[in-house]
Design a protein around this ligand. Structure first.
Ligand SMILES: O=P(O)(O)OC[C@H]1O[C@@H](O)[C@H](O)[C@@H](O)[C@@H]1O
Length: 355
């Protein structure tokens, strides 16, 4: 396992590179704490990064996995998606003893089964003027020996009063042809439609497919979602914890043309699936810590990694024989029962603890 710190020759941005012996790798910019590349063992890029991406602060970089904090989207007093994605983060020295970046390239061998780096963002005086809360935001990125990419986020409240925020890991997946892509695991869920001023609707169909602009926040989603790329015969599996919502976004043709940092036809080759906490802001009291995690893996589409949706576990395959409306009613009833039982078991967010 190797962890390198380099200065990108083209952009001048500093980046950490994680490599594992079988060939997979990941790159993380200190600007934005943003993963901009994740490659499998054959060296194929799994994340989308726009050819028109602008590497010039304070513009956020279009692609990879921007961190949206302390605000998701445009609802709030801050800039769209918050400021974390266009600030310079620091490496937490204890995570990987990386030397300074004065010479061209440094390497070290990490003997664990994962190549890991931990980055941190704390507010500057300027940040405190727009969001007056002392916090520590940590992002740990780990590349496992199988090539899976795990991102663990921690927010510590270092202040004397509580604060709340919304959050997303804005993952841009690279796909071969968006019209041949299917998202599984969101069937029958409620969502907020950003194209209809956040109007609430319920997903009726089967898996989600794409033939137009789509911008939705799916609510209380299962911990495992699959994005099937038929053309590439590849399935992305996204597992998450502490991030109940899932944003699904593709700008399609018209919006693509309006974005200066996005190619006119690049919408065909990307899909954003964003593990998020949007509907219910996270509240963290002084000296408390909130943790969330996302695990990404890319497997051949013939691979089955087990049931996606907890409702399918409850009903087994018999649900498939029920008329669709009946199956959907039972699903929703079970979900509500599950939600009530969960609420009864814990009234506090299980992802928050004393730091
Ligand atoms: O252009 P930005 O600020 O990176 O945002 C891109 C998109 O991000 C998505 O998360 C939002 O749901 C969209 O509404 C938004 O257009």
């Amino acid at each position: 396992m190797m962890v390198d710190l380099e200065k990108d020759a083209t952009t001048g941005f500093e980046k950490v590179i994680l490599r594992e012996p079988r060939g997979s790798s990941a790159e993380i910019l200190l600007f934005g704490g943003q993963v901009t590349s994740w490659k499998n063992e054959r060296g194929e890029e799994l994340l989308f990064l726009s050819s028109k991406a602008i590497f010039k602060p304070p513009k956020a970089v279009r692609g990879g996995i921007p961190v949206c904090f302390p605000q998701f989207g445009g609802q709030g007093s801050l800039e769209q998606h918050g400021f974390a994605r266009n600030r310079l983060w620091k490496i937490v020295e204890s995570s990987s003893p990386l030397p300074s970046v004065d010479s061209d390239k440094f390497s070290l061998i990490n003997n664990s089964t994962k190549a890991i780096v931990e980055l941190m963002l704390t507010p500057s005086e300027e940040d405190m003027k727009i969001w007056p809360h002392k916090f520590e935001l940590r992002l740990r990125v780990a590349l496992s020996s199988g090539g899976g990419l795990t991102m663990t986020v921690k927010v510590n409240n270092k202040d004397t009063k509580q604060f709340s925020f919304t959050f997303a890991l804005h993952t841009y997946l690279s796909v071969a042809d968006i019209t041949e892509v299917r998202v599984e695991g969101l069937e029958t869920l409620d969502y907020l439609d950003n194209l209809k001023s956040g109007e609430r609707s319920t997903e009726q169909g089967d898996a989600i497919t794409f033939d137009n602009e789509l911008d939705r926040v799916y609510l209380s989603t299962p911990s495992k979602i699959a994005v099937v790329d038929h053309e590439k015969k590849r399935t992305f599996v996204l597992k998450k914890d502490g991030l109940p919502d899932l944003v699904v976004w593709n700008p399609w043709e018209r919006k693509a043309k309006q974005m200066v940092d996005f190619g006119d036809d690049e919408y065909k080759y990307m899909l954003c699936v964003e593990a998020a906490a949007v509907e219910k802001p996270i509240v963290v009291r002084p000296e408390e810590e909130w943790t969330a995690r996302q695990e990404l893996s890319a497997v051949s589409s013939s691979y089955s990694s087990g049931p996606l949706d907890p409702r399918r576990v409850l009903h087994g395959s018999s649900k498939e024989h029920l008329p669709q409306y009946q199956a959907s009613i039972i699903s929703r009833f079970s979900l509500r029962l599950f939600a009530v039982m969960t609420l009864m078991c814990s009234s506090r967010n299980p992802n928050i603890k004393k730091s």
